[in-house]
Design a protein around this ligand. Structure first.
Ligand code: SF4
Ligand code: SF4
Length: 313
């Protein structure tokens, strides 16, 4: 009979792990868990008063950029919370674009004509491209606002329009909250709505829900069967999992990926150099969504992308 005290160790050992194959993506939780919105599906429950993770300073980010310089990073990503709540965001991007291409995940509600003009100027003088990824969870206020908050559709669309006016072609991301058979209509409705703010042939990325954080309350949590097992990894393309090609740096440590910020099991190390040598455990239920849907955090868009240009066209 197995002594009860050894059971936790056996359970921990049974969790599948995956190595970092190459550090293609380096993510920064640059605004911690602080956001100007309070979305009902936020998988890390960000809000104006969630201070579980705090902002990263320009100095903190710069140190990690230097640490990453020899690691062949292909793209730097900035997320939160809302990255533009960080009042050093533009300086952070200026520093980052000396090291490589950057993508900012934003809700676009803080975009003003002046801010996007400054971003465009920054992009124009930088050796690398800057991408904007904007979250809008439906092609109308009726679909988006119950999830993201009253008035957020209009504010985000105004932000997208301002960004497009200075030459950006943002990737518009939406969590799928509609039945699969409605997808063609939804995509067309997105194209129509975005066309109305001057964004033709938009880049669209539809994401599956991650059933953790607020979304577990709004929708449902994972069932006990929805877990990644050792058997499921036989013959599986590990490159589909973000944690084989990325790490997330926060103000207080380095994590396996940007999805599992609330899970201590995903905190790998204090420093990036340490974290790249540590396997990522796939023991959390959200790993099941990565496994079944593949590269959900990448910049790859839904369907045919007519022109993948970035700022400045
Ligand atoms: S989903 Fe994005 S915009 Fe909404 S609360 Fe979370 S971080 Fe903020
Ligand atoms: S949530 Fe996805 S990216 Fe993160 S550790 Fe699990 S499988 Fe990897």
């Amino acid at each position: 009979m197995i002594a009860p005290t050894t059971l936790p160790a056996i359970r921990a050992a049974s969790v599948p792990v995956v190595p970092l194959i190459s550090l293609d993506q380096l993510w920064f939780q640059v605004s911690g868990t602080v956001c100007n919105l309070r979305c009902r599906h936020c998988f890390i429950s960000c809000s104006p008063d969630n201070h579980a993770f705090w902002f990263m300073s320009r100095e903190m980010v710069h140190k990690v950029l230097e640490e990453s310089a020899a690691m062949n990073v292909q793209e730097y990503y900035f997320t939160g919370g809302e990255p533009f709540m960080n009042n050093e965001m533009e300086e952070i991007l200026e520093d980052t674009l000396r090291f490589g291409p950057a993508t900012v995940l934003t809700n676009a509600t803080l975009f003003t004509p002046r801010r996007v003009e400054e971003l465009s100027e920054l992009c124009a003088k930088s050796p690398h491209r800057l991408e904007l990824r904007v979250s809008i969870d439906g092609p109308s206020p009726e679909i988006n606002d119950p999830i993201r908050g009253e008035g957020t559709f209009e504010r985000a669309m105004a932000g997208v329009g301002a960004a497009v006016a200075v030459g950006f072609r943002p990737i518009i991301t939406a969590m799928q909250s509609w039945p699969g058979e409605q997808m063609p209509c939804m995509l067309q409705a997105f194209r129509d709505a975005l066309g109305a703010v001057g964004y033709d042939n938009p880049r669209l990325k539809i994401l599956p829900p991650l059933l953790i954080g607020e979304e577990a309350e709004r929708n449902r949590g994972y069932t006990p069967c929805e877990r990644v097992t050792h058997e499921m990894l036989h013959g599986y393309d590990l490159g589909q999992l973000l944690c084989t090609s990325a790490r997330l740096v926060t103000a207080t440590g380095v994590y396996a990926c940007p999805i599992l910020l609330d899970y201590p099991s995903a905190r790998l190390a204090n420093t990036l150099t340490e974290a790249v040598g540590i396997d990522a455990p796939l023991g959390e239920a959200a790993c099941y969504t990565c496994y079944t849907n593949g590269a959900i955090c990448s910049n790859a868009t839904t369907g045919v992308e007519p022109d993948a240009g970035c700022c400045g066209g």
